[in-house]
Ligand binder design. Sequence first.
Ligand SMILES: NC(=O)c1ccc[n+]([C@@H]2O[C@H](COP(=O)([O-])OP(=O)(O)OC[C@H]3O[C@@H](n4cnc5c(N)ncnc54)[C@H](O)[C@@H]3O)[C@@H](O)[C@H]2O)c1
Length: 305
Amino acid sequence: MRDLDGKVAIVTGAARGLGRCEALQLASQGARLVINDLGVAGDGSGRDEEPARAVVDEIKQMGGEAVPHFGDVANWKDAEALIGTALDHFGGLNILVNNAGFIRDRMPWNMSEEDFDAVVRVHLKGHFCPMRFAMIHWREASKRSGAPIYGRLINTASESYLFGSVGQPNYAAAKAGIVAITMGAAQLLLKYGVTANVFIPRARTRMTSSGPLEAMFAKPEEGFDVFAPENATPLVGYLASPKAERISGYVFIIWNREVKIVSGPGIDAAFENDERWDLDSLHTALGPHFEKLEPVKDGYALRSG
Ligand SMILES: NC(=O)c1ccc[n+]([C@@H]2O[C@H](COP(=O)([O-])OP(=O)(O)OC[C@H]3O[C@@H](n4cnc5c(N)ncnc54)[C@H](O)[C@@H]3O)[C@@H](O)[C@H]2O)c1
């Protein structure tokens, strides 16, 4: 279905894994693509332009249009230049899929300051920077035309933000932050005609093909390939499409053959006091409540259904 003919999309980290599949998905719907990727190793080290060039070639071979951008998404100036690439080369920007990132998993007691900073930077700042410059463009474009425009922001989080993933404090924190900044962006962008949603996949990529997750994500000998990236990425195409114009401010989980919508945080119980709380009145109110409850062992996972 070519429902994105004429639309311009940026996918960050589009040279590999999910980003590459997202770019191919959007190209198959007719979008013109900016393929951003720094070409780093799985831990964020190094740089390589070749993988992004290969995806650009792949899209051109499909009959599509694509240009590469080799910048670092978490660098303010590179992010500005990334949005500028879409505007200069294709004359506009409709869809921004923030996807780039890497992991450095460690238990909190083994994590270095550098590993914490690098992962929070690439995911959280690496989402915020392109999002900021895209928002400037969308706001100005809508004000200029005097009408809502066509815009889609799709940010990538992870179930780790729900589970409080024990060996990924840096990554889980960044992904929780990404959900928070997307919710704010969704509120601001609605009046300009731009939707903003969070995409949470599970897929066999470089990120999940080594270490403790390798066996779980392995391709089965037979039967449905539960963790193929292509199971998840049609949702990015859908959220980017005209059909999703009323969907904004939501968090989606997708893998296997199931798509789930995460409910917003709620209040489990509320207690009021006639005066300022003190230790005794707090214990009188909260003690009986927690007597019936167990400590939370799995983050919000058990309650997320
Ligand atoms: N694979 C999963 O199961 C899974 C689950 C939940 C969330 N995610 C998220 O999906 C996204 C894609 O992950 P993946 O599994 O495809 O990993 P991947 O390693 O295959 O791809 C990530 C890409 O991002 C690029 N990149 C890294 N840092 C960059 C930077 N500073 N600027 C530009 N590009 C950069 C890398 O070069 C790489 O090509 C990530 O945000 C990840 O956290 C993945």
